[in-house]
Design a protein around this ligand. Structure first.
Ligand SMILES: Nc1ncnc2c1ncn2[C@@H]1O[C@H](COP(=O)(O)OP(=O)(O)OP(=O)(O)O)[C@@H](O)[C@H]1O
Length: 300
């Protein structure tokens, strides 16, 4: 069942179209990623879902509520990561967690959450004295303290070191396993590939692709590459004629054939039929990075 429904969303700032007809549904219990280049309209889209911005057109529903008209209902069920500037510089970590916990009828144990996010030894530290990564972890804790049904995380692990990033990924998986729906804006391909059940690629205010990570990768031209050094001369045309082959190139004594999973089997059968051995055989799969570049023609 869809818990977030976005249909024909439009939002402009003066004459700049930030979001230009975006539609997607987020199913209950999934981790849904929004990926795209800088300025693509990702934050504007999730701010409309959070009720922080009023759409110019289209509709947004969160568990059936309009996030602008039914702000209170949406706030009760949706936790959002805060922008840094939204906390007072003098508030301590424990004060912030306690204050936010007090706003909800059945909050999470904020001490356990702080522990989980590696903030226990910072509980008495003022917000202004936290490092960028510690502020980020606090903002994740604050998004989760109300035990929301949905959590919106914009740039979840930006500024975190690799260890903290991996811990945070585990935390988000645990949060999802407990039944929470996660809407995640990210620039990190590895993060999107590991965490997301489905990803919407946004570019220039429009969705250019919406699929599972492996579905997006599968759309990449030449998503699988098989390369080898043949034990005897081989006519390139024979490879080019195989089904599902996208391209055949020669690199010194190696032949590189790109295509799909099927290509690997087709190439090996062809070689076996001609008694040719494939020396130094290597098969590589495209990554989400390749799919992203292929589908947007740009980098994050
Ligand atoms: N408050 C604002 N006033 C004017 N223009 C804005 C405002 N917020 C965003 N924009 C513009 O709208 C477009 C979309 O911005 P948005 O922040 O939604 O993109 P984004 O995909 O989240 O980008 P990033 O990855 O850089 O955070 C950009 O061109 C941006 O400059």
């Amino acid at each position: 069942m869809a818990i977030i429904e976005v249909s024909g969303l439009h939002k402009a700032y003066a004459d700049k179209k930030a979001v230009d007809g975006v539609s997607f549904d987020v199913e209950e219990g999934e981790i849904f990623g929004i990926l795209g280049p800088n300025g693509a309209g990702k934050t504007t889209t999730v701010e409309c879902v959070e009720g922080l911005r009023r759409p110019d057109g289209g509709s947004v529903r969160v568990a059936g509520y309009d996030p602008v008209a039914d702000r209170d209902s949406v706030t009760r069920i949706l936790g959002a990561q805060l922008q840094e500037s939204e906390l007072q510089p003098k508030i301590t970590v424990s004060e912030a967690l306690e204050l936010y916990a007090a706003c909800y009828p059945d909050p999470a144990d904020w001490r356990a959450l702080a522990e989980r996010l590696g903030l226990t030894d910072k509980l008495r530290t003022r917000f202004a004295k936290l490092s960028g990564g510690q502020k980020q972890r606090l903002s994740i804790a604050l998004a989760l303290v109300g035990k929301p049904d949905i959590v919106v995380l914009d740039e979840l692990t930006t500024g975190l070191d690799p260890r903290a990033r991996r811990d945070t990924w585990q935390l988000i998986q645990d949060v999802r396993d407990s039944g929470v729906t996660v809407l995640l804006v990210t620039h990190f391909m590895e993060e999107a590939q590991r965490l997301c059940d489905r990803i919407a690629l946004i570019d220039k205010g429009r969705i250019t692709a919406l699929d599972t990570p492996s579905g997006l990768i599968g759309r990449t031209a030449g998503s699988t590459e098989v390369s080898f050094a043949p034990s005897a001369p081989l006519e390139m045309q024979l490879l080019t004629d195989l089904p599902s082959v996208a391209s055949v190139t020669r690199q010194d004594d190696r032949i590189v054939v790109s295509g799909t999973d099927e290509t690997v089997h087709a190439v090996l059968s062809l070689l076996a039929g001609r008694g040719i051995t494939a020396h130094q055989l290597r098969v590589t799969e495209a990554t989400l990075d390749d799919a992203y570049l292929d589908l947007t023609g740009t980098n994050t």
